[in-house]
Design a protein around this ligand. Structure first.
Ligand SMILES: Nc1nc2c(ncn2[C@@H]2O[C@H](COP(=O)(O)OP(=O)(O)OP(=O)(O)O)[C@@H](O)[C@H]2O)c(=O)[nH]1
Ligand SMILES: [Mg+2]
Length: 450
């Protein structure tokens, strides 16, 4: 299972930088390092987890760079194999020369995510932890990085394994009953089974609830600014982005395409979308914009519905209020710096996209609406991608089937089958029950050198 060749890759991003790092992992790591590193000691003689100054020389004995080399011996390394990490000068030339020296000495260029894959195959990390490595690298806010770190340290895995192990214990209990199919289960055992199933369902549902936070922290909350033309959507977009990104003019129908920008509010990454003003139109280009705006609203985690406080509600506003009532939304009475003619309802927010009045209140309301008032900084270790989410949903479905089966006194075999399926689904999250194809697909998304 664990590859026996030795891989190397530049683990740092390319471009001008003070330093860069090249990583080597595999049984021949130290032998390769011995060939290319010229210092006081040979890497194979260095104690594990020590750092040494020396030069790397390439195939023609040309100096590649002055470097620091760290040795991590198996099994106490990230991958669980012998590893060397060479820190050289940054930029393009030096790291490429060091990598080239590694390859010429017998290492193979690593595929994306191959170091983490080896860590997983060696049992250093489970699959949910391996995915968290990627999430830390891609985190846009400190809170998101913190949540990913919690998953890397086993926060999600522990919760999933706890439910899974209880279910496995339940299966053992059930299997004893399979041998006596005719007998009724005694009341005490029935209650034990029912309680255990209820608890497993409850914990799985809680994990699904926590997943909303994890997913939003990882991928950003999709916040769509919508409203009729000229309400001030693009002005609000620019105000939240703190830059003049969208074109603002006094003529209705200015914005045609959907504009996107990232912001952070209260540690939550937000993907903010400015959209075309929603109205009936015969203009072919505007119509496409209106269709796109509607599409974006359908996928939103939150809609900011902008009304123009300078005029009374129009029929278009009324339609939009009705249309968005089913969404997670905040209604904004914009242009409150002007004389207000709109009847502002108590749960609407008064803002001005010109004077920035109401901005702080709006930011607070956005965070509260998205988090439901919970403190996400405390960390919610739920599923953080669709794969984990689907596995949790599947487990919840099988647990539900099992509970119903128990009530209906289905045969033990059926009951056991549902519980086994739930155990398998949960195992997909941590990787116990997953095929090579899925595994490869997951690690392909990693960057090279990770
Ligand atoms: N006084 C005042 N004017 C505003 C405010 N917000 C926007 N405006 C003005 O209203 C006009 C329209 O603003 P936009 O931000 O382009 O409106 P929009 O909703 O994006 O319009 P479309 O893209 O056409 O749908 C511009 O002249 C803005 O300067 C505000 O809070 N106060
Ligand atoms: Mg606009």
């Amino acid at each position: 299972m664990i590859p026996s060749d030795t891989i190397a890759a530049i683990s740092t991003a390319s471009g001008p930088a003070a330093l860069s790092m090249i990583r080597i992992s595999g049984p021949r790591s130290l032998e390769i390092a011995d060939t290319i590193f010229k210092g006081r000691l040979l890497p194979s003689q260095m104690p594990s987890h020590t750092l040494h100054l020396g030069k790397i020389s390439g195939g023609k004995n040309q100096s590649a760079d002055q470097t620091m080399l760290a040795v991590m011996k198996a099994p106490h390394s990230f991958t669980g194999q012998d590893m060397a990490e060479i820190t050289c000068h940054g930029g393009e030339a030096a790291p490429q020369a060091v990598l080239q020296a590694c390859l010429e000495a017998g290492a193979r260029q690593a595929q994306p995510g191959e170091f983490t894959l080896r860590a997983y195959l060696n049992g250093r990390l489970d699959l949910a932890q391996a995915e968290a490595v990627c999430d830390i690298i891609n985190a846009r806010t400190q809170t998101a990085a913190q949540a990913a770190l919690e998953r890397l340290e086993g926060g999600l895995s522990r919760k999933v394994s706890e439910v899974r192990e209880k279910l496995i214990a339940l299966l053992t209990l059930l299997e004893a009953w399979v041998d006596f199919p005719e007998e009724d289960i005694p009341a005490a055992e029935f209650k034990q089974l029912k309680d255990a199933l209820d608890q497993a369902s409850e914990k799985t549902k809680r994990l699904l609830d926590d997943s909303r936070a994890s997913l939003i922290l990882k991928d950003g909350a999709r916040v769509v600014i919508a409203g009729r033309p000229n309400a001030g959507k693009s002005s609000l977009f620019n105000m939240l982005l703190k830059e003049e990104r969208a074109i603002v003019t006094p003529s209705p129908g200015t914005t045609r395409d959907v504009l996107e920008g990232w912001i952070e509010i209260g540690g939550i990454p937000l993907r903010l979308f400015d959209t075309a003003g929603l109205r009936e139109t015969s203009d072919a280009i505007e119509l496409i914009g209106v269709e796109r705006a509607r599409g974006k609203m359908e996928q939103a985690d939150l809609v900011l519905l902008v009304l123009d406080a300078g005029s009374a509600l129009t029929s278009e506003d009324k339609r939009l209020l009705e249309l968005t009532s089913a969404f997670n939304r905040i209604v904004l009475a914009n242009k409150c710096d002007l004389p207000v003619k709109l009847e502002v309802e108590s749960d609407w927010l008064r803002i001005s996209s010109i004077t920035e009045d109401g901005l702080k209140e709006l930011e607070k309301t956005i965070v509260n609406t998205l988090t439901g008032g919970h403190n996400w900084e405390a960390g919610a270790a739920g599923a953080s991608n669709n794969r984990q989410m689907e596995a949790l949903k599947q487990a919840a479905r099988f647990l539900n089937n099992a509970s119903e089966g128990l009530e209906k006194k289905s045969s033990w075999e059926f009951l056991a089958q549902d519980i086994k399926e739930a155990v398998n689904s949960l195992g997909q999250i941590t990787g116990q029950t997953i095929g090579d194809e899925v595994l490869n697909r997951i690690f392909e998304q990693f960057c090279i050198g990770k």
